[in-house]
Write a protein that binds this ligand. Structure first.
Ligand code: ADP
Ligand code: MG
Length: 409
């Protein structure tokens, strides 16, 4: 793989930058700008080295019916462009066909259809000092269909392709897996950092290695648990994920949400990692409408209870493992942390996890909702490394080959 860091002279070059500005927003304001912050290093590097940038990102998950003509303006990159412009000290400007000539560079959100020749030409001719951001790439149906002509069209605007959007490298999408076929392709600084940090999480020989997995879907997580579980000394399980394991062990879990058809995966892990897996001993249960929180021992869960968080005894138990850890990997909230009465487990573990990270203990956390939990706990700066990837991180940690990375090789 070639790394952008190794490229020194970029003056006069145009870079097609696949970046990740996919941040949660309310239509106006960005709620958590961690991913946008992480995109800055590469953007600044490219600017300092004299490159012109045409950036591509997705935002949210536009439905098929929202494709270009029917695109939903609430999925426009506009709030993200404004936020990014602010961070870069540039003025944001949304244009659909012409780029006005100003003395100072702007962050141009190009909202026009790039498939039209005249629009393509406008973007090609934009001055270096402007940073061009194309509108939500998922508005184009060609992004999903791996359209080779669309890839060629995008590639025709630039000399170099830089992949920096780690969170999408597990996807087979035109701007991720196809574009690198048509241009010299490099890994950006953020992608490089992700790869090196996650490699370290897998390869560093440090014991005890504590793996914390929670969240909801075992199908997303089983690969990472299988792979990391080989080296892990302890596997702490919480969240909806743990419910499935508790059920497999014969405990009553009431009406808790579980992937019942995936029971065999839990059984497999319980068999293979029998002495490593640590399950909740007490939990916070609630009713169907997420009210009436009660702490009960796991044996006391009733038929109409929902398990919505780990309990205080479990937090204490987990903390004993974290206390001695020399390496930690964490993915997934320990409960329904979006609702205050069920957020204690996640918030406590976030604090314990962050406070343990230092030069003697390397801790990696990641996952879309895990990022939200870390932001809510306001402890992100103390964590050794926070991945910008959710699914991508889990697949990488499972040891899988990711199309967006393979495409760079
Ligand atoms: P990540 O995005 O970090 O990988 P997941 O998507 O797997 O995490 O899971 C996050 C979601 O799981 C959160 O919305 C959280 O509310 C939910 N969750 C965690 N534990 C429970 C539980 N016991 N019951 C219901 N929802 C849960
Ligand atoms: Mg999630």
């Amino acid at each position: 793989m070639k790394f952008l860091r190794e490229l020194k002279d970029l003056s006069g070059k145009t870079v097609l930058l696949r970046t990740d500005l996919d941040a949660p927003h309310d239509g106006n304001k960005i709620m958590n700008d961690y991913r946008i912050q992480r995109s800055l290093e590469t953007i600044k590097f490219l600017q300092e080295h004299g490159a012109k940038i045409i950036a591509i990102s997705k935002l949210g998950r536009p439905k098929k019916s929202d494709n270009w003509e029917g695109r939903d303006q609430s999925e426009s990159l506009r709030p993200v462009a404004e936020h990014l412009a602010n961070l870069l000290g540039k003025k944001p400007l949304a244009v659909s066909n012409k780029i006005p000539k100003y003395d100072v560079g702007h962050l141009i959100l190009f909202t026009g259809d790039i498939r039209l020749k005249e629009n393509l030409q406008v973007v090609k001719e934009a001055p270096q000092k402007d940073l061009i951001l194309l509108e939500n790439i998922r508005f184009y149906p060609e992004e999903e269909t791996l359209d080779q002509n669309f890839a060629k069209l995008l590639a025709s605007m630039a000399d170099i392709y830089v992949e920096d959007a780690f969170a999408v490298v597990h996807r087979t999408e035109t701007s991720v897996s196809e574009l690198p076929k048509f241009l010299p392709a490099y890994a950006g600084l953020n992608l490089e950092r992700e790869i090196k940090s996650l490699d370290k999480a897998m390869e560093l020989k440090a014991s005890p290695f504590v793996l914390m997995m929670a969240g909801i879907k075992i199908s997303d997580k089983v690969g990472a648990i299988r792979n990391l579980g080989k080296d892990a000394n302890h596997i702490l399980l919480g969240g909806g994920l743990a419910n499935l394991f508790l059920k497999s062990k014969g405990y009553e879990i009431g009406c808790s949400k579980v992937e019942t058809d995936k029971q065999s995966l839990a059984e497999e892990l319980l068999r293979n990692y029998k002495d490593k897996i640590i399950l909740p001993i007490d939990v916070v249960v609630g009713s169907e409408d997420y009210t009436n929180p009660r702490v009960v021992m796991i044996e006391q869960v009733k038929k109409d209870d929902l398990i919505l968080d780990i309990g205080p005894k479990t937090i204490l138990e987990f903390s004993k493992y974290i206390k001695n850890a020399k390496k930690m990997v964490w993915n997934g909230p320990m409960g329904l942390f979006e609702k205050k009465p069920f957020s204690q487990g996640t918030m406590s573990l976030a604090l314990l996890f962050a406070s343990k990270c230092d030069e003697n203990c390397f801790g990696v956390a990641g996952g879309g909702d895990t990022l939200e939990a870390i932001a809510a706990a306001k402890i992100g700066e103390h964590i050794s490394f926070i991945s910008t990837g959710g699914g991508a991180m889990l697949e990488y940690l499972a040891g899988e080959k990711l199309p967006g990375i393979t495409a760079l090789n």
